[in-house]
Design a protein around this ligand. Structure first.
Ligand code: HEM
Length: 184
C-alpha cells in the first residue's frame, strides 16, 4: 500500500507521541517502590522508547520540509511561532521537541559530566514536553476527528496520569517510612 508523504507525517507524529508516552510510563514505573522486579527490562524499555520517539519525531519534522501539501520552511519547523501553518499548535510541537531532545541528550550522553540534582530537575521537563506534544497532536492532527484516535489519546493520557499519581504516592509513602513501600 502506497501512502502519501502527508500521511507519513501523521503516522510518524502519532508514533512519536506513542513512543514518548511509553518511555515516560516505564520511566515512572522504574523508580516506583511497588515495582520490585524486572527493573533492568523496565529501564531498557524506558531508554529505547525515548530514542525511538526522538528518531521518529525527527523524521516527522524532516518530512514536513519535503512535503508540498502545507509547505514548512526550516525556520518554521525550528523556531517556535514562526510557522505559517497553525502557528500555535506548530510552536507547541517545536518546544516539545527541544525539551525531549534536551532530556535525552542529558540522560544518555552527558549524564556522567553533570551534577546529579541538576540532571534530575532537567529530566522532569519530560512531563511538560509530553503535555505539549499531546496538546499539539490533538489541536493540529487531522486524525483527532477519528473516535479511535480520540480513545488513543484518552487512554494514553489517562494511563500516564495514573502512573504519575501512583509514583508520587509511593514516593511519599517511602518518605514517611510506610512499611509496604519500603525497599530492602
Ligand atoms: C515532540 C514533538 C512532536 C510530536 C510528539 C508530534 C506529534 C504529532 C501528532 C501526535 C500529530 C497528530 C497526527 C494525526 O492526527 O494524524 C501531529 C501532527 C502534526 N504535526 Fe507534529 N509532533 C511534534 C513536532 C512537530 C513540529 C516541530 C511540527 C512543525 C513545526 C509539527 C507539525 C505537525 C503537523 C503540521 C501535523 C498535522 C498533520 C495532520 O494533518 O494531521 N509537529 N504531530
Amino acid at each position: 500500500m502506497i501512502i502519501s508523504t502527508w500521511e507519513w507525517i501523521r503516522l510518524l507524529g502519532l508514533l512519536a507521541y506513542f513512543y514518548f508516552t511509553i518511555s515516560i510510563i516505564f520511566g515512572l514505573l522504574r523508580k516506583s517502590s511497588f515495582i520490585k522486579s524486572h527493573k533492568n527490562l523496565i529501564y531498557h524499555i524506558h531508554q529505547n522508547a525515548g530514542w525511538l520517539g526522538l528518531i521518529t519525531v525527527i523524521a516527522h519534522m524532516v518530512l514536513l520540509l519535503i512535503d508540498r501539501y502545507e509547505p514548512y520552511s526550516i525556520v518554521g519547523v525550528l523556531i517556535p511561532f514562526s510557522a505559517n501553518y497553525r502557528s500555535l499548535p506548530s510552536a507547541l510541537g517545536t518546544i516539545a521537541f527541544y525539551l525531549f531532545l534536551m532530556v535525552i541528550m542529558t540522560s544518555d550522553l552527558w549524564i556522567r559530566t553533570m551534577n546529579r540534582s541538576l540532571w534530575k530537575k532537567l529530566h522532569f521537563l519530560v512531563l511538560p514536553a509530553w503535555v505539549l506534544s499531546l496538546v499539539h497532536g490533538v489541536l493540529i492532527g487531522t486524525d483527532t476527528e477519528i473516535t479511535l484516535i480520540i480513545m488513543f489519546y484518552v487512554i494514553s493520557g489517562g494511563v500516564t496520569l495514573l502512573v504519575l499519581v501512583v509514583r508520587t504516592l509511593s514516593g511519599f509513602m517511602k518518605k514517611v517510612n510506610f512499611p509496604m513501600f519500603h525497599n530492602n
